[in-house]
Ligand binder design. Structure first.
Ligand code: SF4
Length: 173
């Protein structure tokens, strides 16, 4: 397929792909092409554990399509939804992923603001949709589609994240 044939309706950009887009474009391709990493990876398990054991009190969720977010509270007619992350190290990724979910909610008729929560650091960051954030997100989504339609992933590039990446063996064995 040639680049000019790309259309967003052919594929589905997910929040997870948005997250990885800001970390490693090769990983976006690998994930989108359903190349399975090692599921026993301890970092993946830790992420799941934190997600399952943090902020469990008053847990309510909202689902839109494939998205499931924790509802924290209502604020001036808007929902406040939260996402738990194990570290603020990848704050841009986390912010853009949550913005992606907020936009999906808006498109489903639900106005919401987001809160990123880093329980280990006792830190919270507010994420609110505005024109600039939406346009950055739309640009990222287009680029993700372009990456996915490439015939092969980009060559691996050593970054700090590689140490914790489930694809490390595939990239660096
Ligand atoms: S190991 Fe590194 S280069 Fe390979 S997919 Fe993961 S982050 Fe990207």
């Amino acid at each position: 397929m040639h680049e000019q044939d790309f259309t967003e309706r052919d594929i589905y950009v997910t929040g997870t792909l948005v997250w990885y887009y800001y970390i490693c474009k090769r990983e976006v391709w690998l994930m989108a092409h359903q190349i399975k990493p090692d599921q026993d990876d301890s970092n993946i398990d830790l992420g799941r554990f934190i997600q399952e054991h943090s902020y469990q009190r008053d847990k309510k969720e909202i689902s839109v399509g494939h998205i499931k977010l924790d509802i924290l509270r209502h604020d001036k007619g808007r929902l406040v939804v939260g996402e738990v992350k194990k570290s603020s190290k990848y704050e841009t990724s986390a912010t853009m992923q949550l913005a992606f979910y907020l936009l999906e909610l808006r498109q489903a008729g639900v106005e919401a603001v987001g809160e990123l929560m880093f329980p280990k650091e006792k830190k919270k960051i507010k994420v609110e949709l505005n024109e600039k954030l939406i346009s950055t997100l739309e640009e990222a989504k287009k680029n993700i589609v372009r990456i996915i339609y490439q015939e092969a992933p980009q060559a691996p590039q050593k970054i700090a994240f590689c140490r914790n990446c489930a694809y490390a063996e595939l990239c660096w064995a």
